[in-house]
Write a new protein. Structure first.
Ligand code: DGP
Length: 115
């Protein structure tokens, strides 16, 4: 499988503003932020998109993505007012990068439904 831009960020082949890392997860600021806080939280293993998640196999990893989101939301002080977590899956959702990522968005009032 061809490397995505996110695997290059994991391998430090291209720079990113990394805000959190552990053995299985990396988090960095989105290059095109849609809110005052906009962080991408990704697994280090390559899972292209949500439809390739297998519950039993990836349960621990998914838990770690959410742990990272909660930790960062606290650190960025958006946990009290609220924030949004988004996974875009496929063309209709506007997924651009085919390496699973959770968007953590906060720091402003959001609208619903999303565009
Ligand atoms: P999605 O539409 O869910 O696939 O979102 C991909 C996001 O990735 C989009 O908000 C922009 C961001 N992005 C794309 N290329 C780069 C990059 O090279 N660095 C960083 N930090 N973010 C990127």
């Amino acid at each position: 499988m061809a490397d995505t831009i996110f695997s290059k960020i994991i391998k430090r082949e291209i720079p990113a503003d990394i805000v959190y890392e552990n053995d299985s997860v990396l988090a960095f600021r989105d290059i095109n932020p849609q809110a005052p806080v906009h962080i991408l939280i990704i697994p280090k293993v390559e899972i292209p998109k949500v439809t390739e998640i297998e519950g039993k196999k990836h349960a621990q990893l998914l838990g770690e993505l959410f742990d990272a989101a909660n930790k960062l939301a606290k650190e960025m002080k958006i946990d009290k007012d609220g924030f949004r977590l988004v996974f875009n899956c496929g063309d209709n959702a506007g997924q651009e990068v085919y390496h699973l990522h959770m968007h953590l968005l906060g720091g402003r009032k959001m609208t619903w439904p999303p565009g």
